[in-house]
Each structure stands twice: as C-alpha cells, then as structure tokens.
Design a protein around this ligand. Structure first.
Ligand code: MN
Length: 307
C-alpha cells in the first residue's frame, strides 16, 4: 500500500484497535499513540490495545487511549511490529487488517501492509499518513511522533537518520509542543542503577583488535536489582567507547545467555550472532546461547578473533 492508499483505507473504516510490539520502545509507543489520537481527531473511535510491558518513561503516551483487548468487529492495525511473534502480549492470535511498519525484511502476516524500510522510524510513516488524511498536528500528536522519531534515530544521531527524520521533527516543533523535556527524559537521564551497571561493564570489558572490538560477559548478579528501564539500550553502551567498532554483551537470563551485538557501518553484527541461530541486522543483532556464561563467552570470543 502507498501512504495515500492507507490514509484512504483508514478514512473508510472505524472502531480501530491498534497494536504495538512486545518490549515496547519509543517508536511503537509513540507511533501507536499518534495514530490513535489522529484517528480520534478525525471523529473515529480508536483505542490502543493495552501493552502490559509498557512502563516508566513512555507510559504517559498511552494514558487514556487503551483498552484491554479488541472488541468483536474492531478494525485491527499494528504499528512497528516486524513479525507475529513480536506482537504485544495477548495479541499473537488476532486477525490483523493492516500493518504499518519499517522493518522491510519481515514476512507479511496481515491482510494489508504499508511497509517502508527507508523510514528511520515508524513515526515518519504515521506522520505522512496523518498528513494524507488532511490532519493538522496538535501538540499531543506532535509529542508522540517526536518520541517515535527521536527514539529510533537515537535522538537523530544514528546512521539511519535522514532529512525526513528532521523534517518530521521540525513539524512537531512547529506546533509549539515542548520537546526539551522529552529529550531530557529519554536521552539525558539515567538511573543510578543503570550508571552503576555501566560502571561494572567498563571495569569488566575486554578489548580486541586494537580496541575495535569489545566483549563483556555480565553475570546475573550485576543486574539483579535492575528494572527493564535500567537495562534499556545497555547493549550499545560499549560502542560509545572511543575506537570501538563492534561490541558484544552477554547477559545471563532464565533462558540461556542473551548475546547482544552492536556495530558501526562497515562492521556486521549478524556475523557474530548467526552461528548461534540469532538474527537482526548489521548494526544490531542478538541471539540466545544455551551454555553457561563462561562457555558462551569463549564461544563468542572465538568468533570475534576471526573477524
Ligand atoms: Mn521502529
């Protein structure tokens, strides 16, 4: 579907229930909120299916917009969801009419789809769809879209950031919405717990290839007190060390060791995760390794040594 076709399709339907993805990030939360608010502004009945994993800094975006589950006959739309298994809890078996997404490699699991892999964030696509529907942004929609676009671009620092990302952000700013508090909350505030974990990682990381590759294996005890918010984006933290091109973080979980790899352009994170059956993309990849932590660390080190 094109953006225009999706806009016309949305205008021709009603009683929307919008789905976000599991372990929700700013893009799925902000994009679903913006779409819901936009549809309501058009006079539609629209809700977001409650995402039970939503917490902390992003929770305000879904306030007053959710319901527990779709009602019979609802028009179901999912946003920023790459696969059926990535749907929010309780939504895995629902029949979905439309998927709006920017994960272009994903397999289709919905009747219709508007997918643009060039969009840095789903929020950019939602902005276009709302504009096609003739909607003028208000400050609430602007804040939701800004959270979406700034989240997936790492506050406009990641390599995926385009002129369009800035254009959508500019449109959000033009509404007069206060964006500084969002930036401060999402990108300039850390819990003390998170900083202490980062401190542990700094002390316990080993570097290879003249400091271009970083590897850290973290026992569960280090993060025992942490909330999901504390652990947010922790995998990419070592990439901020000067000279690091690719970093691998191993964490113990109830179900094996979780491997997260982040890489700068020119390096391939999937090459580290693929031998363990993992996936993702060149910049960010993950896998679960069913070995004790020390063994998993050795196995990963062996792969890194060959890069
Ligand atoms: Mn996204």
């Amino acid at each position: 579907m094109t953006r225009r076709e999706a806009a016309a399709w949305l205008a021709g339907h009603d009683n929307f229930c919008i789905l976000s993805h599991c372990r929700p990030d700013g893009d799925t939360v902000g994009s679903t909120a913006a779409l819901c608010l936009g549809l309501r502004k058009m006079g539609k009945t629209a809700h977001i299916m409650e995402n039970t994993e939503l917490s902390g800094k992003l929770a305000f975006l879904h306030e007053g917009l959710t319901k527990a589950a779709p009602d019979e006959g609802d028009t179901i739309v999912c946003v920023d969801v790459a696969s059926r298994s990535r749907l929010c809890q309780g939504a895995g078996a629902l029949e979905i009419s439309l998927r709006i997404d920017h994960h272009c490699l994903a397999e289709s699991f919905t009747a219709l789809e508007l997918v643009d892999g060039d969009a840095a964030a789903c929020g950019e696509i939602i902005y276009d769809v709302l504009t096609e529907m003739g909607l003028t942004l208000d400050q609430d929609i602007a804040k939701a879209l800004y959270v979406a676009v700034s989240s997936d671009t790492g506050c406009f620092r990641f390599a995926n950031t385009t002129a369009n990302s800035f254009a959508v952000a500019a449109a959000c700013a033009a509404t007069g919405a206060e964006l500084f508090p969002i930036n401060q909350s999402l990108f300039d505030t850390n819990s003390l717990t998170k900083l202490k974990i980062q401190g542990w990682i700094v002390e316990n990381t080993r570097f290879f290839r003249d400091g271009q590759i970083a590897l850290c294996a973290m026992p569960y005890a280090v993060e025992a007190e942490a909330t999901p918010d504390d652990m947010d984006n922790l995998s990419g933290f070592l990439r901020s060390v000067e000279g690091v091109k690719l970093c691998a973080l191993l964490r113990e979980s109830g179900d094996g060791v979780k491997l997260s790899v982040r890489a700068v352009p020119g390096w391939d994170a999937t090459a580290v995760c693929a031998p363990f059956g993992g996936g993702g993309h060149k910049g960010a990849s993950g896998a679960t390794i069913h070995m004790p932590l020390a063994e998993a660390e050795m196995a990963v080190e062996k792969i890194l040594a060959e890069m």
